[in-house]
Design a protein around this ligand. Structure first.
Ligand code: C2E
Ligand code: MG
Ligand code: MG
Ligand code: MG
Length: 270
């Protein structure tokens, strides 16, 4: 077995501790996974799942978020387990372009009304990112207003991104700040960014609806976020809604859209 051989070779080299051998093994597993991920596109192993986003008032579906899956022969791999590797290796660039294309196809064929796509900073940093997006929407003959892009707080803080966001917005594509609340910046700081939508992280929703002091606090924190976001003219989306009680409370707080297992899990389009 390759990693045992490597382990032995290192040992023969002398002086290697268990820790280093363990590191080597980890590296080897990552190299294997990287090679496999490299072939995932050409082997047609990537899948785009779609999860509904609904209007808070009447629960009508307003759009879908695309969520990537990797269908390996050994089973379905979560994006949490391969997106970081895709980002550090740069493979996220071709993968992300494929996801965008799938999203445009879903729009073009009218299988979804609007679509929201996760974009990593590595992709957004590509000098031709906006040109690619524009061309894809043109080719599909799709109204850019039906496309939303989701970026996380850490990537949005890259200074040069403000101008890219404005270019994207000039196309008619809307942008969202994803996982709000998991980073370190204040909403006040972020509200100066040219984004139109705020997706509030599931960790804030989880405690809401609990009949405890913590549940009350969670609700008040959420009230603060939604009120401030609305004051800045941002559309708010609450992620990870699992109960009717949470859905009702967020509607009462004035949240615009809701997303979560209560309304539908991520799934392939029929
Ligand atoms: P995200 O963009 O914040 O996506 C929401 C995550 O919450 C998804 O996890 C979704 O399945 C999960 N979720 C939705 N509703 C519920 C709920 O009610 N309860 C619970 N427990 N979970 C819920 P998923 O699909 O595992 O994706 C994880 C993350 O991977 C995403 O977080 C996103 O950051 C990243 N990701 C997924 N697809 C892509 C992609 O195409 N490109 C990039 N760059 N990142 C992606
Ligand atoms: Mg997202
Ligand atoms: Mg999120
Ligand atoms: Mg996330």
């Amino acid at each position: 077995h390759a990693d045992t051989a490597m382990y032995r070779a290192k040992r023969a080299g002398g002086g290697h501790t268990y820790f280093q051998a363990h590191q080597d093994q980890r590296t080897l597993l990552e190299v294997e996974r990287l090679a496999a991920l490299h072939h995932a596109l050409e082997r047609d192993e990537l899948r785009v799942y779609f999860q509904p986003v609904v209007h808070a008032e009447n629960h009508a579906v307003v759009g879908h978020e695309t969520l990537l899956r990797w269908a390996r022969p050994s089973g379905l791999v979560s994006p949490l387990d391969f997106i970081p590797l895709a980002e550090t290796s740069g493979l996220i660039v071709p993968i992300g372009r494929w996801v965008l294309w799938q999203a445009v196809e879903a729009l073009r064929t009218r299988r979804v009304e609007n679509v929201s796509v996760n974009v990593s900073a590595v992709e957004f940093r590509q000098p031709d990112y906006v040109a690619y997006l524009r061309e894809l929407l043109n080719l599909g003959g799709v109204d850019p207003r039906r496309m939303w892009l989701e970026l996380t707080e850490s990537s949005l803080l890259e200074p040069h991104f403000a101008s890219v966001l404005r270019e994207v917005h000039a196309l008619g594509v809307q942008t969202a700040l994803d996982d709000f609340g998991t980073g370190y910046s204040s909403l006040t700081a972020l509200a100066t960014l040219p984004v139109q939508m705020l997706k509030i992280d599931r960790s804030f929703i989880m405690g809401i609806g609990d009949d405890t002091t913590a549940g009350q606090h969670a609700l008040e924190v959420m009230r603060g976020i939604v009120t401030l976001a609305n004051a800045y003219g941002l559309t708010t989306v609450a992620e990870g809604i699992e109960t009717q009680v949470q859905a009702d409370l967020l509607r009462q707080l004035g949240c615009s859209y809701l997303q979560g297992y209560l309304f539908g899990r991520p799934a392939p389009l029929p």
